[in-house]
Design a protein around this ligand. Structure first.
Ligand code: C5P
Length: 233
């Protein structure tokens, strides 16, 4: 399944893109830029169009503060949101419990709660600098295991890591994978890219695609082209 990253600086641009691809793709990611500009209203407006929102704010603070922010997300009816696994086991566990209990209490579907492990902008040297001796790969796996134990639904990772994650954590543990590029699209600033078709072959549950769709001359056609490529033999 595809999630379109709405990396825009205005609500009008974001909602116009949703209108263009809706019906073909119904899942959208609202990240820091759009949220900082428009707040939770943009999430509600997208949900009101019968679309699902992944709120990508990567919460990382003391549990009480994150739960208060998560409350806003649950009330707005987000479909998925994420927190940093580096917040620790107790942090993840208490947000996961809150997510379950509060969504039940107000009678909305429980949002999927996903962990961010190590940001892909960080390498082994960066980890050393902050006092983490393990390399990125083992650290990602360690945090993914901790996230599962804490009751989270999955992690954000590269499509190349899906196999290892599924082998270690089970098929049900969800993988959300950015860094996706069709062969015909510009790489932009992404380095380790995977095509949509390969991402599906590798077992990705949800792939996040931004610019190949949002910056295309005809976003709906770009979405159709990607969907066709995925099902092609
Ligand atoms: O335009 P593009 O397809 O590169 O957009 C990918 C989206 O996924 C962006 O919103 C980016 O911030 C996000 N992302 C990423 N790599 C990560 C985590 C998130 O590209 N490791």
């Amino acid at each position: 399944m595809i999630i379109v990253a709405l990396d825009f600086d205005s609500k009008e641009k974001a909602l116009s893109l949703v209108e263009k691809v809706k019906g073909k793709i119904n899942h959208f990611k609202v990240g820091l830029e759009l949220f900082s500009r428009c707040g939770i209203e943009v999430v509600k407006e997208i949900s009101d169009k019968n679309c699902k929102v992944f709120l990508d704010l990567k919460y990382h603070d003391i549990p009480n503060t994150v739960k208060s922010a998560a409350k806003v997300a649950v009330e707005a009816g987000v479909w998925m949101y994420n927190i940093h696994a580096l917040g620790g086991f107790e942090f993840m566990k208490s947000v996961a419990e809150f997510n379950r209990e509060y969504s039940e209490k107000i009678g909305v579907e429980k949002p999927l709660l996903i962990a961010v492990t190590i940001l892909t902008s960080m390498g082994n040297e960066d980890l050393k600098q902050i006092g983490i001796a393990q390399d990125v790969d083992s650290q990602v796996l360690r945090l993914a295991k901790l996230a599962k134990k804490a009751g989270l639904d999955g992690i954000v990772c590269s499509a190349r890591e899906v196999k290892k994650i599924k082998e270690n954590l089970g098929e049900d543990f969800l993988t959300v994978t950015p860094g996706i590029r069709p062969a015909w699209a510009s790489k932009d600033d992404q380095k380790r890219i995977v095509t949509p078709k390969d991402a599906v072959k590798l077992g990705t549950d949800y792939m996040v695609i931004g610019r190949p769709i949002t910056r295309a001359e005809d976003p709906r056609k770009a979405a159709e082209r990607i969907l066709n490529e995925i099902v092609e033999k």
